[in-house]
Design a binder for this molecule. Structure first.
Ligand code: SAH
Ligand code: SF4
Ligand code: F3S
Length: 457
């Protein structure tokens, strides 16, 4: 359903269209952060392309620059300031429009800094006002106004924003926005608002449409997908079962679930589906119960291990990936060893490893026992090493098995070979001809090479 607010924006799209028509204007967009942000950018591009902008071939030749920012860790923020330096130089020579949006713009200390040090930015918009980019842009084009459009609200849902997808076989579909968990290290609940779920019918309509357009793989997105609430008796498991029925969709993934909400009905829905990926991402964050408590994660080390065992008992082919933070305030050597212990016990297919980064406004930022940078980095290296040691061992299980693979294209490192990923996200390269690109085929794995597998059709 088209929200009233979106109908309003369509009017601005039309107005800008009239101004921009025949000018051959170009846009450039840069997205930082998670897949939710990527999906938001697909909506930004959807709107921008309806306003007579086309994608610029190079970063230097656009008329409008959009950056969709992330503030989950400090290095994400530094990236923005680097880019702004580049844009300043471009703007000194040409009349360009610069619009900066996303999570970082929801932080007051950042927008203050922007005003002070980067006054040449034309539009600042937040996560709650992304849908209003046509209106904000209109003000800038028409009156040369500097626009700051950031609001701090619990959050709304807007259906009907045009989307321009990055890919034509795989698509991301956001099923819920915001987060209510307030893990003590995390900024996301402050910049994305409270948890709110899209209506099941809106989600299913979108996926049906994607299936009709030839999409084969769907990733359901949310900060905590398994707390999805689609109404009475309609939870995440119900949604998974419904998506499973959509003809044409062959692979279903979801990120991220929270261990505390991983109920038996979700496990059953995964088990009963031939389409739901058996690579399940379950963020651990830390192995020590003590640290998990300070992180406000609401599970213990034992409960996490038990959850993994339970899934394994029910779905023997299940494999796992995870997120881990090292160097949370107060993390002792013994706490860190609990993390290593879990990595040893569970054969994670993939671990996304992060060094704890202080975020202004979070509970953990105010904790007094912050870990020195040097120790954080040393622990990070140790964690990386213990994970890498397991990768080869893990890969050996694949040799001799046959895997279903969506062929992505030619391999970057070996142009004669095709490449794709297993449902467990392992890169596989194999010989074959061009017609196979975009299809799902069976490939037998013949050897392992640490960061990829070799196979034959
Ligand atoms: N909602 C998802 C993803 C949150 S952000 C989840 O709960 O899993 C992605 C990852 O970034 C988190 O899982 C966490 O591992 C990491 N992260 C979040 N805040 C961080 C911080 N302050 N420092 C370092 N890593 C952080
Ligand atoms: Fe952040 Fe925790 Fe919410 Fe994930 S669940 S977004 S880590 S607060
Ligand atoms: Fe970053 Fe915002 Fe995602 S802070 S990780 S882009 S929700």
């Amino acid at each position: 359903m088209l929200s009233e607010a979106i109908k309003e924006q369509k009017k601005y799209i039309e107005k800008i269209n009239k101004i921009n028509k025949d000018k051959n204007l170009k846009y450039s967009i840069l997205t930082m952060g998670c897949q939710l942000n990527e999906n938001d950018s697909e909506k930004l591009v959807g709107m921008i392309e309806q306003m007579s902008y086309t994608k610029s071939e190079s970063f230097n030749s656009a008329d409008i620059y959009i950056i969709n920012t992330c503030c989950v860790r400090e290095n994400a923020e530094e990236k923005l300031f680097g880019k702004l330096g580049e844009l300043k130089k471009i703007k000194e020579n040409r009349d360009i429009i610069i619009a900066i949006g996303g999570c970082m713009m929801q932080e007051e200390h950042i927008t203050k800094k922007m005003k002070r040090s980067y006054p040449f930015v034309d539009i600042i918009f937040g996560t709650h006002t992304l849908y209003k980019i046509p209106q904000d842009l209109y003000k800038t084009i028409k009156n040369k106004e500097k626009v700051k459009d950031v609001i701090d609200i619990l959050g709304e849902i807007y259906e009907g924003i045009p989307v321009k997808r990055n890919d034509n076989k795989r698509a991301s579909v956001t099923i819920m926005y915001g987060c209510d968990n307030f893990c003590s290290y995390c900024i996301v609940p402050y910049v994305r608002g409270r948890e709110r779920s899209r209506k099941p019918e809106d989600i299913l309509k979108e996926i049906n449409q994607l299936a009709m357009e030839g999409y084969k793989e769907i990733t359901l997105l949310g900060q905590n997908v398994n707390s999805y609430n689609g109404g009475e008796n309609y939870n995440f498991a119900t949604l998974l079962k419904q998506v499973d029925k959509i003809e044409g969709i062959e692979i279903i993934k979801f990120i991220s679930p929270h261990p505390k909400d991983f109920t038996d009905d979700v496990i059953n829905a995964i088990k009963q589906s031939k389409k739901v990926s058996k690579l399940i991402h379950i963020p651990l964050q830390a192995g020590s119960t003590e640290i998990l408590k300070k992180m406000n994660r609401k599970y213990t080390k034992e409960q996490y291990l038990e959850l993994i065992s339970k899934i394994k008992r029910s779905i023997p082919e299940a494999v796992f990936s995870t997120d881990i933070i090292v160097g949370f305030p107060g993390e002792t050597e013994k706490d860190f060893e609990d993390t290593l212990d879990i990595v040893k016990k569970i054969n994670f297919e993939q671990i996304y490893m992060f060094i704890y980064s202080r975020r202004v406004g979070t509970i953990a930022d105010k904790m007094r026992n912050q870990i020195p940078e040097e120790i954080k980095h040393k622990r990070f290296e140790r964690l990386k090493k213990s994970y890498e040691e397991k990768v080869e061992e893990n890969n050996k299980k694949y040799i001799g098995t046959t895997k279903k693979i969506l062929v992505e294209g030619y391999s970057k490192n070996n142009e004669k070979m095709l490449t794709g990923r297993t449902d467990t996200n392992k890169v596989v390269i194999f010989g074959g001809n061009q017609d196979l690109i975009g299809q799902i085929i069976n490939v037998k794995i013949i050897s392992e090479h640490k960061w990829y597998l070799k196979g034959e059709i």
